[in-house]
Write a protein that binds this ligand. Sequence first.
Ligand SMILES: C[S@@+](CC[C@H](N)C(=O)[O-])C[C@H]1O[C@@H](n2cnc3c(N)ncnc32)[C@H](O)[C@@H]1O
Ligand code: SF4
Length: 276
Amino acid sequence: MRYSLHLTTNCNLRCVYCYENKASGQPPKNFVITQAEIDQRMADILKRDDCSELELLGGEVFLYPDIVQYVFEKYAKQFNFIVTTNGTIRSEAIDKMLAKYQPLVGISLDDPQTVEWQRAGIDFERVLANAEYWRTITRVLICAVLTPQNICRIKETFDFYVLEHGFKTIHFGCVEEWMNAYYWQVYEQEVERLIRSTPPDILRRVTLSPWKYYAVNKKEFIYENGVEKLERCNPAKMDMSPYRLSRYAGYCLYCRRIGVEPIPLIPEGVEVVNAA
Ligand SMILES: C[S@@+](CC[C@H](N)C(=O)[O-])C[C@H]1O[C@@H](n2cnc3c(N)ncnc32)[C@H](O)[C@@H]1O
Ligand code: SF4
């Protein structure tokens, strides 16, 4: 089971869609986790004995490389780590840490045409270069966010990062609160355009998420204290949201394109907790 530990709310970018910036206009939350809090949350996770992957989330975690180093050093034997970063901060210490602990590094980079507007403050070429360097020392995943601004460019975004720049794993998230019935329809059409136009041998070779594998889970808070949060993905429960239905349509198409049988929308034993 995957758990997500939030290390900070602070960040050096101001992405237009960011859920960490929802309180814009209000004073910054300015939360940075302490070592004592990390150890408490880790004790909670270890007690549960079901964590296989631990995701470190922010804000921007590499504003505080010493905190990331502390978590890796102390808990590397117990978990596989995933770190999600905006990719803007690189140093010798960060490079060494990534090479030593080999986490999966999720680097947030959207459609190249809209990324500089969406991820305000980014130096796109520099982050792309950092991602290209980090993939030489550990596993890297490109995390692209879809919005109504770039939803017609899913294929072009895939082509740019995977076909032109050689990244092997890409994930397309979506700002659900900006979508409506019309945009979900466009989403499904655009996913279809991508899958139909990409040869099956390329689809088999790369990881195109969230359509390659159908992951059933519901995010739940294990601990929440205003800004300090520990979440887990519960694979026995799921939300039946418009996003899940549209993702499932893409997953079925993907399966057919590569010649495998999709699993059912609601696998046996999975509880739907908020049917639409
Ligand atoms: C909140 S960020 C934290 C990590 C880091 N600062 C970064 O940007 O990668 C985690 C991921 O969520 C994405 N994200 C932020 N706001 C979102 C939203 N409202 N809907 C969907 N994804 C969002 C970001 O692009 C990023 O890939
Ligand atoms: S870099 Fe990450 S945390 Fe910072 S504003 Fe963008 S999405 Fe939010």
